[in-house]
Design a protein around this ligand. Structure first.
Ligand code: SF4
Length: 381
């Protein structure tokens, strides 16, 4: 163990070293120094604590984000003697526990964190129509291990919650997909495991890193939430330019509470007030997600209610026809009813679209909602 890592003197909140198992640390134990997700300034500060000159901070930045190194031992421009002192350092990279490609080119990864927890990340390529040239590469990232929100239609929600992901664990998902596809990631959606707004600080820091360190436009990132009181405003105060996608799924409070248990503490009006603040503060419109469940929230009356709810709102509604899975009882709406629902909204001047289902694996990402969103994302523009 290099003692320098156990007592870093740099910006500490982000680059504190942690033993993979502090209670069982041995001289050879892996130490996590979360350099992934760190800015060039943070890396410069840190490398100097290692007795290296400041210019190596910029070099390290390039090797982490452009070359996608897994370990410091790979940075061959650094002195060999120094690299040999840091062989037990994990810079914040995960291990691919499973790589599962789909026929449409989508690749789902199960990633193992240093503490053994497993999360999902999905790489979703979109090709230019009629060619095999990549148009976009979207990554669906997780923000938590599991999820505490327990949405009634979601497989992830039924699995319980373990912990929040750290900044480096979120950014690592991008680097992993980028390395696997050998292509630059163009878009990011926080629609994997977890509720991002229960982990605002790490999510916002990860967005900063993806933008400034990796070069992904903030407007090409979408943060999806079922709504946590006070957190949409908190996110707005960070003045991110990312798109906010709010999972509404209901046109009235009663139905929403049946689908999203946490909605009992968050009346629809209060949620929409925060969304209005988000639009006012960031100048960005809000996307509302509406998973359509046969007989549950797809009546024409629901469409009227939804139009009334969103009257005058700068927004877009995505209707997501539900695909039944074994764990829950809901059914897919029939196409005619879906068309009536959409036409009713359009007639009331609500911007609306339906996401096309392409039959992605049922266990992809965050339950059925996430699976359907991924299918849409994989569709060529
Ligand atoms: S839909 Fe999203 S917020 Fe709801 S339980 Fe699943 S992961 Fe959590």
């Amino acid at each position: 163990m290099n003692p320098e890592f156990s007592a870093p003197t740099v910006d500490a909140t982000d680059l504190d070293a942690t033993d993979a198992d502090a209670t069982d640390a041995t001289p050879d134990a892996t130490i996590v120094v979360p350099l992934v997700g760190a800015s060039v300034t943070e890396l410069t500060d840190w490398i100097q604590t290692q007795g290296q000159p400041a210019y190596r901070g910029k070099q390290l930045h390039q090797w982490i984000y452009e070359r996608g190194i897994q370990s410091l031992a790979e940075v061959t421009v650094f002195p060999k003697a120094w690299r040999e002192t840091v062989t037990n350092v994990n810079i914040g990279r995960s291990r691919i526990a499973l790589r599962s490609p789909s026929r449409d080119g989508t690749v789902k990864f199960l990633l193992e964190m240093v503490d053994g927890q497993i999360i999902e990340a999905v790489g979703i390529p979109a090709y230019k129509t009629g060619s095999n040239k990549l148009d976009r590469l979207t990554v669906c990232v997780s923000s938590q291990v599991g999820c505490p929100m327990a949405c009634d239609f979601c497989a992830t929600g039924k699995g319980g919650f373990k912990r929040n992901l750290e900044r480096h664990e979120i950014v690592d998902q991008i680097l992993t997909v980028q390395a696997d596809f050998q292509e630059r990631v163009s878009n990011v959606v926080f629609m994997g495991m977890g509720e991002p707004l229960l982990n605002v600080e790490n999510v916002a820091e990860a967005v900063r890193s993806m933008n400034q360190d990796i070069g992904i436009g903030q407007r090409s990132m979408t943060i999806s939430t079922v709504g946590i009181p006070g957190q949409i405003r908190r996110l707005a105060d960070r003045h991110l330019q990312s798109t906010l996608a709010v999972s509404l799924h209901a046109s009235n409070q009663e139905v929403r509470e049946q689908l999203i248990p946490s909605a009992t503490k968050y009346p629809l009006e209060a949620l929409l007030d925060e969304c209005r603040d988000y639009v006012n503060i960031t100048g960005r419109r809000v996307t509302f997600e509406y998973i359509v469940l046969a007989g549950m929230n797809d009546h024409t009356q629901h469409a009227h209610e939804l139009a009334h709810l969103l009257k005058g709102f700068q927004s877009h509604v995505n209707l997501i026809p539900y695909n039944p899975i074994s764990e829950v009882d809901y059914q897919r709406p029939n196409d005619r009813q879906l068309q009536v629902f959409m036409s009713t909204l359009k007639a009331k001047n609500v911007a609306v679209s339906v996401r096309r289902s392409r039959g992605l694996d049922a266990n992809a990402a965050c339950g059925q909602l996430r699976a359907n969103q991924l299918e849409q994302l994989a569709t060529p523009a």
